[in-house]
Design a protein around this ligand. Structure first.
Ligand code: GDP
Ligand code: MG
Length: 162
């Protein structure tokens, strides 16, 4: 279920969202799902797992030389996470806006981080930061057989134009 244009004028945009171990511990999984569903985005994959070190090493490849990297990996392996794939127009950009700034102090009120996080090292949730990055992250975290390509049957906020 890779994004494809399918002959249509729009592209099926998807993003990876991960509720991090603190988000799971603080019972925020349902709230996160509700924020994305309320917006009208479509859930196409979801699983709870203990994030494998191999997946995290690839996921945070660009941060490997940062001083906080070991702390980041121990945080991300401190408990289970819930990984999801959400779909809809501009879902990458909209997700980042709902999630809020990486640094909790700069995360606006009403963003998920702005409401539930006070420190960058415990910031509740991940969302992909670009369309290309999202495609790579989805392939890293999910088998294609774990993604469900279900038809959107006339929801009032139907996410794609006909
Ligand atoms: P994101 O895309 O908003 O999640 O931010 P980045 O891609 O820049 O960083 C990935 C994750 O690394 C962040 O969400 C934090 O969990 C963690 N992180 C980033 N910067 C810092 C830092 O300065 N200190 C610590 N402890 N963790 C950080
Ligand atoms: Mg990032």
């Amino acid at each position: 279920a890779r994004p494809s244009s399918g002959g249509s004028s729009w592209t099926r945009e998807q993003t990876l969202v991960v509720v991090k171990p603190d988000g799971v511990q603080w019972r925020l999984v349902g709230y996160v799902i509700q924020r994305f569903e309320r917006r009208g985005f479509k859930l196409v994959g979801m699983k709870m797992l203990q994030a494998p070190e191999r997946v995290l090493a690839e996921h945070y490849h660009d941060l490997q030389r940062k001083p906080f990297y070991p702390a980041l990996i121990s945080y991300m392996t401190s408990g289970p996470v819930v990984a999801m794939v959400w779909e809809g127009p501009n879902v990458v950009c909209s997700s980042r806006a709902m999630v809020g700034h990486t640094n909790s102090a700069e995360a606006a009120p009403d963003t998920i981080r702005g409401d539930f996080s006070i420190h960058i090292s415990r910031n509740i949730i991940h969302a992909s930061d670009s369309v290309e990055g999202a495609q790579k992250e989805i392939q890293l975290w999910f088998q294609s057989s774990e993604l469900v390509n279900w038809a959107d049957k006339g929801h009032q906020r139907s996410i794609y134009p006909p």
